[in-house]
Design a protein around this ligand. Structure first.
Ligand code: AMP
Length: 358
């Protein structure tokens, strides 16, 4: 796929959650149609997309029909099975590329890739059994975090080790899943860069946001991040290096720790990112439109920040405050249309406008 997609073309999206929903809204504003592929029933993205395929990622006939019906395929989550991607790719381009997925799906591959690029990460070691964990603790020390190499998100698949006495219990909690041990990073704050790259190599990054997590889940993102201007520039430059190294097409989220020794990369996400939701009300072109533009081969838009914004996630019961939130001034509500309220489930978010960009 080399030519930009014409308006009216169809963008296939793997995954039908809130990110797929907001991508579909952005795509429709540019005149595209979206076709969602999602195994679960009644996906939030299905409410706003033109077409939905409800089928498992093992259904070869459904995957083939999906891939043949769209002009490009993108995804809203990184754990799509490899065999499904192989099949789709035999019919249609996938953007961002398979390489971006391969690198970010596995924490060990990801950290190795980042270090090879010359970027700082937490010290880490591959853990396969008790012996390798004991050796890693000897080298890295405690406190430390044992993380599953794959399928971890929102703090899931992670166990903290306060001291070497926690070794056996932490390993038992991993239930045999391949893991890495990470040294604990003593950070002053967490920030993220939402970065976009088009097929021609053009790059546009949003202003870094400052993130606060609660129980491993993103709670708020605030822009501007309360860090020196030089660090903001460092963050953007390192995101650009990651994009170039992956020959990336689309939007990528880069999560960073701010430490006295500079920026340490926590992880990268090859997709639009929760910590970029503030762009919907803070910028002329938001992260969702930027991603759609990139995968469609259109010029990237102007992502300059016009406002100071705080994004607040509505998790579980938080969504019951909707009526009160709807009455608040300078507050934009974004709800995902999820029928069941469950603890820890992302139900929506609000963007609070704090004032003109400072
Ligand atoms: P992750 O799923 O890797 O993004 O981790 C979720 C959250 O746990 C991060 O946003 C941090 O707040 C914290 N965390 C993860 N890894 C580390 C680390 N190596 N050192 C300190 N805090 C961490």
């Amino acid at each position: 796929m080399t030519e930009p997609l014409a308006t009216g073309a169809t963008i296939g999206i793997l995954g039908g959650g809130q990110l797929g929903r907001m991508l579909s809204v952005a795509a429709s504003r540019l005149g595209f149609q979206c076709h969602i592929y999602e195994p679960g029933a009644n996906p939030p993205a299905g409410h706003v997309a033109a077409t939905v395929t409800t089928a498992p990622y093992e259904d070869e006939a459904a995957l083939t029909a999906f891939a043949k019906s769209v002009d490009v395929v993108t995804y809203e989550f990184e754990n799509v099975p490899t065999a499904a991607l192989d099949l789709i790719e035999s019919h249609c381009a996938i953007r961002p590329s398979r390489e971006a997925l391969r690198v970010s799906q596995d924490r060990l591959t990801e950290k190795t890739f980042l270090q090879d690029l010359g970027l700082k990460t937490a010290p880490f070691a591959d853990i396969t059994d008790l012996t390798s964990l004991e050796a890693a603790i000897e080298k890295i020390g405690t406190p430390a975090i044992l993380k599953s190499r794959r399928f971890g998100y929102d703090g899931k698949g992670q166990v903290r080790l306060k001291s070497p006495a926690d070794t056996a219990s932490a390993l038992a909690e991993m239930k045999g899943a391949p893991a890495i041990l990470e040294g604990f990073v003593d950070f002053s704050c967490e920030i993220s860069v939402i970065a976009a790259r088009g097929p021609s190599g053009e790059v546009a990054c949003f202003d870094p946001g400052e993130n606060v997590h609660k129980d491993g889940i993103l709670h708020t993102t605030r822009v501007p991040a309360n860090i020196p201007a030089a660090l903001r520039t460092d963050a953007i430059l390192l995101a650009g290096r990651i994009l170039n190294a992956l020959d990336y097409i689309g939007v990528l989220g880069v999560e960073l720790f701010v430490t006295p020794n500079g920026l340490v990369v926590n992880e990268i996400a090859p997709r639009v990112h929760n910590s970029g939701h503030w762009t919907q009300n803070g910028c002329t072109v938001d992260q969702f439109e930027q991603h759609i533009r990139a995968v469609a081969g259109w010029p990237l838009g102007d992502g300059k920040r016009h406002l100071d914004v705080e994004m607040l996630n509505l998790i579980g019961d938080d969504v019951l405050q909707t009526e009160a939130l709807a009455k608040q001034p300078n507050t934009a509500l974004h709800l995902y249309g999820k029928a069941d309220v469950k603890a820890g489930r992302k139900m929506g978010h609000v963007n609070r406008i704090l004032g003109p960009a400072s």
